[in-house]
Structure formats: structure tokens, C-alpha cells
Design a protein around this ligand. Sequence first.
Ligand code: TRP
Length: 338
Amino acid sequence: MDTQTKDLTILTGDRPTGPLHLGHLVGSLEARVRLQHRHRQFVLIADAQALTDNVADPGKIGRNILELMADYLAIGIDPNKTAICLQSEIPALAEIAFYLLNLVTVARLERNPTVREEIRDRGFERNIPAGFLAYPVSQAADITAFDAALVPVGADQLPVIEQAQEIVRRCNALFGETLTMPEAIISDTPRLVGIDGAGKMSKSAGNAIALSIEADALVEAVNRMYTDPGHIRVSDPGRVEGNVVFAYLDAFDPDKEEVARLMAHYRAGGLGDVALKRRLAGILEELLAPIRERRRRFASDPAQLLAILKAGTEKANGIASRTALRLRRNMGLGFSML
Ligand code: TRP
């Protein structure tokens, strides 16, 4: 697809359940900042989706909404270019989701590999909230409500987008061209590993570096990073594969030639973890210091954050309610049929 086309709409979303971290930055936030100059963009704060696995603690969701706004603005999402909106304040999303639920089977929902993995991670076992199992349908409603053609997501969300595509195909086959077919854009940067080296960076695994991290906590996090347990003395040869410090230098050090030199030196022996970690901490501090500063300014004015969110949500309500009306009409529901 020609991703240069100006009139395409892009939608991305986040569940407001914790601070954004470096994994989000390289995985999707940088793409959003780039894409907002070329396309119409909505960023959805998916508080209703977050409820599907946090129903016993909705306060956590509410507390994270303006925090997420501050993160977005601090990394360069420009509210004049991107409409930031709040899912629960867009009733058409719930309406569309309710209709789309009839276009999927429970068996198909249970087969979604992303949802299966998340069910396992959350330990739901046989007590899966119906809303959680069906969240891909709600997400299909989000995507189609905005007429989104492009959805930049991490590779783990691909099965959710595929499910949205199936729903759109079925809907349009039954009711005529009603919903826009979405396409996923998968980031070509590999998933950033967590500081423990055990898996991808995630807030739930406790291995993340938040974009809002303070300078001293950042140094501590870098010092805790998993390296090569066999690299005991500086003179020992060290392993670069699976070494978190090198994974981060790869992702964040602008001087790739120097990284290649450091890798060779580390492998040969004679380069210590302490020196490497000092370099990485400096690079990350340079990246995060301006974000932290901008974030502090935005977070100090919650009224402004709320005003931005309300303006974006109003814009979202316009387009989502038009989609809901079109769907209702084409399905043959409502007064228009009488
Ligand atoms: N499921 C997404 C996540 O957990 C969040 C999300 C909700 C989303 N609605 C969306 C992403 C619409 C893209 C488009 O990250």
C-alpha cells in the first residue's frame, strides 16, 4: 500500500495501565510521531479495553489516563496533528462492537493466538471474562469506527488485526461496502528485550525502563541489566548474544561503528561490563532527559491535558457516530427502515 497517501487514517491505541517505556518508544511511538505528519491520525486511550482485565481495579485505569497523555506529548505527539481520544467517551465504539460480535464465533475468538497467550499470562484458566475473550471484536470496532486503513502495532498484535480484517470482510459481504479494510504496519525494529534479558520489555514483567524514569533510577536499571554471567574478569572473553547491554546499544547508540568495535573487543576479552554500562547509561540519559523535562511540564498542567483529550474525543465522536449510523442503516436496523 502507498503509505504516503495523505487522506489515509491511522489508528493506534494503548491500554492505560501503566507508564510507557523504551519498548513502546522504539516499537510504536516513534512511528506515530513520523506518521502524524503524513496522515490523519487518531491515538485511542483504550480505557474500556483495559477494563477487560482490570474490572476489579478500575481506579488504576483512571489514574493512568493523564499520565499517558503526558507521555504522548513528551515524546512529540502533536495534538494539532493527532487526535488523542478516550474510548469510554465514544459511545459509538461500544455500539459498533455489539453489532460486530455477531460476525464472529466463540470458537474463532478462542483460537486467537494473542488472546490465548494473554489468557495464559493472566492465569484466567477457565474464568475468562467474556469481555476479555471478545476484546479483538471491540478493537475491530475501534479500527473500523475511525475508517482506519493503517494500524501500526507490534507483531504480537497481528492476530488481532487479522481478526478485524475477517470481521470487515464478513460485514461487507453481508451488508455491502460498509467498513474500511484495515492493514497492519508492523515495526521492523525487533522487540526490545527487558532489562532481565528474559523476554520482551513489559510493564507487567517488571523489566521495563519507563520514559519518565528519573536519572538515578536509570543508572540503577542499567546496572541491573543482564549481561554474560560467564564474563567474570574484565580479561575474560564475553558473549554479545543475549547480552542486554549490547541489545540496547544496538537500538539506541547512534555510533554503530563504535558499537561494532565494542562488540569485537568484548568478544576478545578486555572490555568490562562497567565501562559498557556507563556508556549505555549516558546514551539513554541523553535520550530521556529532554523527554523527562517536557513530561514534567505537561504533567504539571492537568487542565490542559484534559482539554486536549476532550477536543480529540469530540473529533473522534464525529467520525465514529457516522460509522455507527452507516452500519445500522446497512444492517437494516433502526428507524430508517420503518
Ligand atoms: N490492544 C492494544 C494493545 O494492547 C490497544 C488497542 C486498543 C489498540 N484499541 C486499539 C491498538 C486500536 C490499535 C488499534 O496494545
